[in-house]
Design a protein around this ligand. Sequence first.
Ligand code: G6Q
Length: 521
Amino acid sequence: MRELFARDPDRFNQLSVEAAGLFLDYSKNRLTGETIELLVALARERGLEQRRNAMFAGEKINSTEQRAVLHTALRAPRDLALRVDGQDVAGDVHAVLDRIGHFTEQVRSGQWRGFTGEAITDIVNIGIGGSFLGPKMACHALRSFAHPRLTMHFVSNVDGHDLDAVLQKVDPATTMFIVASKTFTTLETMMNAQSARAWFLSHGTPDGLPQHFVAVSTNTEAVKAFGIDPANMFPFWDWVGGRYSIWSAIGLPVALAIGFERFRQFLAGAQAMDQHFSTAPLERNMPVILGLVGIWNRNFLDCASLSIAPYHQDLNQFPGYLQQLEMESNGKRVSMDGAELRTLSCPAIWGDVGTNGQHAYFQLLHQGTDVIPVDFIAALAPAHLLPGHHAALLANCFAQSEAFMRGKTVEEVRAELQVQGMTEQQIKALLPHRVFPGNRPSNTILMEALTPATLGALIALYEHKVFVQGVLWGVNSFDQWGVELGKVLAKNIQLELEGKPSPKLHDSSTNGLIARARAAL
Ligand code: G6Q
């Protein structure tokens, strides 16, 4: 990469692209303009444009579940003419958005009252996976826009410590629970919702339930059976995948926190990225480029993981969010037609905010035996007024990507140690430890500031990147049979732990663990 930069002074301009309020610099990768041309040709050969158009048109591209994939319709304008199985998609989407607008206004203004007549101060979202990670990440990312009276809490884990910690903090008279579950059958969510309901009934009144429990789901019957009035249910549809659902009513906590107008800006930011993705030429198309660079690193340079490094404290949950988005979507080993893949698919996704990561695992990124590409993400303007901090943050972000690219050669290290007055023997001993191989790839994504619109565009960028890679690998990015497995596995063991009859068909390890737990329970 050092040579490529030296050879072409225009490399940064050539290998960067701007769209929907985001700027992507992909020049610090081990590729040239020709590599991109060839990768774009590969994408065309794999039918990327047709697949993309099929997704936007509502075709049932999620073939193993026979479903359309229409998270883009959730952020499309009211006049989008699209029917799926007779459903007027935009009509239904905007009818729910209008209800969300009305509801959030009532709660935020204090018109919505709890059973003692007080305004709501705490919102507890009960949901897991796609019904949890997005709203939690976005509420945190946009916390500088949040309503000062409302505190958001998120309970996901079946581990009672999660719910218990929240219940210890909140007052039943001023707390609203959102039970968020696409299916309304997920074990963790249902157990937490039942416990929250029991807690509420023991502290409040049964008459207060409608003021304190609302639902977000596709399953009206189950919501009714739980005891939530469908008037307090915000629906969405089977063509919204869990990990793509933040734009639907699953985003209710976000709309409550930042207000409906800003929630619309969040949708509009994503819409701007959709427009770009569906119209820009592939060679200037940000999600396409990000996806293809990832394919290059994964399939041609053998990089087994991708580290996400947001240099923005409020994006500290973004790596976790992307972990689900990418790994649940493209963590697949067979292609659409069921044949085993002949290429590697999704790399492992992980990371944490800069500068924290620099003082922990960046050592391995600089000098470890694996080459791990990094996506740096930063906002040019901060949302705070503390002097000096932001320049220090950005300086670190840019310095790290420069260091990954340049490394430090034997000659450079030798010269440095000589200046420090070391003997030749000392230099010889230290030299290999102080050399950095460099040539380590990274992308840098910049935005003016972290706002509802730029966050919307950023999430949509990665959603479409995942789509692009899914098409190139030939996998179905929209099912998750691995998750479904987890939903049934524990049932038998739970019966055994509770001493109820069950088929005991385990290995000695599992039997031994169950026996130890039973003895302690
Ligand atoms: C997402 C996955 C998964 C799902 C959760 C929660 O794409 O399918 O993370 O969101 O299992 O499911 P429910 O919303 O149905 O409770």
